[in-house]
Structure formats: structure tokens, C-alpha cells
Design a protein around this ligand. Structure first.
Ligand code: NAD
Length: 251
């Protein structure tokens, strides 16, 4: 699963799953571009990679803004000459609210980042990959994209939409040498989840109890799956939504 010389762009690479995947990609020979809204987190990931001899740049990007996403892809191609791998992973969770209590503002924010953001990334990455003859893209969905999630209705809707975008785009560009897949993690121990556990400490044990493996997932366990999907080892895997959930959705 080596990525020697490949150019990999990771959105949301300044934290959690994105950072872990960026570091794993770099350890497997890829040159990395981190895109994140948060410059501090993004620069930290770049530092982690360069300190261990890897190559990485940071492009500050709000994935919900078309001009910024276009600039992100141009910056990567400007710096490295091409774009082989994209991990469209930036996302927000929003607040925990039942369907009727969600505000319109919150609905729009979650959809803007989680759905429009992934669509904009595809919109600007795919033409570059077509021009250079192929590539591999992975979008971060969630188990919340496969089953209902109590009190996170808009987040769940956004992740169902990510799977829909992934499958449609995978069909459209299969003959252009581009594979497009999604990953569907269950609860993974990242800053996003730690924020929720601070608000609702009782959810830590409850989350473990409802998973067949009786634990949370670790970011590296998602990163390893993304590495495989982006590598030539997964050369016939296209349009899939791969669960990384300890069996949660098998119940
Ligand atoms: P995280 O909060 O640790 O990291 C998310 C990163 O995305 C942050 O660095 C943040 O600055 C960045 N980001 C947020 N909005 C952005 C925007 N508009 N433009 C660019 N960057 C932006 O979260 P994480 O747990 O690592 O989540 C990564 C992805 O995995 C998300 O899409 C999330 O929905 C998904 N996911 C997480 C879990 C989990 O349990 N942690 C489970 C399933 C899916």
C-alpha cells in the first residue's frame, strides 16, 4: 500500500481523522497538502509530517466556499504539479437536537460544510484528475449516513448525502481512471467526539455498550482503511461506502 511520489490532499487535515490519515499517507511516501479552516491545526499537521522527513504544505480553506476550494486545488497543483489522491474529510457535527428543535441556521451550516463542501471538492478535483489521467478520492461519510441517528438528524442527512454524491460521481468518472469511495466510521476518538463527551459524559460508556466490540474506534483504524482505498491495492473498489464500525451497522 505504498503511495511513493503521489500527491495527496486532505481536507480537515488539521485534526482527528484527517491528521492521522495525512501522517499515515506521508509515512507511505506521499507528498501532502493539508486544507483546513483552522490554520493552527493545519500548520501543526504540516510540522508533524516535516519533522519526520515528509513533505507537506498547508492551504487555509473553508470547503463550503467555491472560490476557496478552487484556490485549494490550484494551490496543490501549483506546488506539486498534480493531484493523485483526495481525502474529502472536513466536516462538522453541529449540536445535539431533535428534528423539530434544529434551527434553520444550524441546518444550513451543517449542509454547507458536510454536503456542499464535499461536492465543491469533487467539482474542482475531478477535472484535474481527468486532465492527468486518473486519481483516487475518498469522502468521509459516517455510519450516520447509513442508519438513523437520534438527535443528530441534519448531520445524519448530510452524511447520507455524502454517500449519494460518492456513488453518483463514481459512476460518472469510472472510465476516466478515477475511483471515488466513501468511508463510514462509527464513533472514533477524535476532538470532535471528545467535545460531545464533555457535554454528555454519560455517552462514553453508552457508546461503547452499543458497539459489538464494546469500544470506540481510533483515528488510525480509519486512516488505514482510507490508505487502502487510495492505494493501487484497491484498484477495483469504486463507489463503495465502507463501514469502519466494529460491526455496529451489522446489528
Ligand atoms: P475533528 O473536529 O477532529 O476534525 C475536523 C477538521 O475539519 C478540523 O480540523 C476542522 O477545523 C476542519 N473543518 C471544519 N469545518 C471546515 C471547513 N468549513 N473547511 C475546512 N475545514 C473544516 O473531527 P473528526 O472526528 O476528525 O472528523 C473528520 C470527519 O469524520 C468529519 O467529516 C466527521 O463528520 C467524520 N466522522 C467522524 C466520526 C467520529 O466519531 N469522530 C465518525 C464518523 C464520521
Amino acid at each position: 500500500m505504498q503511495l511513493d511520489g503521489k500527491i495527496a490532499l486532505i481536507t480537515g487535515g488539521g485534526s482527528g481523522i484527517g491528521r492521522e490519515t495525512a501522517v499515515l499517507f506521508a509515512n507511505h511516501g506521499a507528498k501532502i497538502a493539508i486544507a483546513d479552516l483552522n490554520p493552527k491545526g493545519g500548520q501543526e499537521t504540516v510540522q508533524i509530517i516535516t519533522q519526520t522527513g515528509g513533505q507537506a504544505i498547508f492551504v487555509q480553506t473553508d470547503v463550503s466556499q467555491a472560490a476557496q476550494v478552487e484556490n485549494m486545488v490550484n494551490a496543490v497543483v501549483g506546488a506539486y504539479g498534480r493531484l493523485d489522491i483526495a481525502f474529502n474529510n472536513a466536516g462538522i457535527e453541529g449540536h445535539t437536537d431533535r428534528t423539530v428543535d434544529v434551527t434553520e441556521t444550524e441546518f444550513d451550516q451543517i449542509m454547507a460544510v458536510n454536503v456542499k463542501g464535499v461536492w465543491l471538492c469533487l467539482k474542482y478535483q475531478i477535472p484535474q484528475m481527468i486532465a492527468q489521467g486518473g486519481g483516487a478520492i475518498v469522502n468521509t461519510a459516517s455510519v450516520a449516513g447509513l442508519v438513523g441517528t437520534h438527535s443528530m438528524p441534519v448531520y445524519g442527512a448530510s452524511k447520507h448525502a455524502v454517500i449519494g454524491l460518492t456513488k453518483s460521481a463514481a459512476l460518472e468518472y469510472a472510465r476516466k481512471g478515477i475511483r471515488i469511495n466513501a468511508v463510514c466510521p462509527s464513533v472514533i476518538r477524535t476532538p470532535m467526539v471528545e467535545r460531545g463527551f464533555v457535554e454528555f459524559p454519560q455517552f462514553v460508556e453508552a457508546t461503547k455498550r452499543i458497539n459489538p466490540m464494546r469500544r470506540l474506534g481510533e483515528p488510525i483504524e480509519v486512516a488505514e482503511a482510507v490508505l487502502w482505498l487510495c492505494s493501487d491495492a484497491a484498484s477495483f473498489v469504486n463507489g463503495t461506502a465502507l463501514t469502519i464500525d466494529g460491526g455496529f451497522t451489522a446489528q
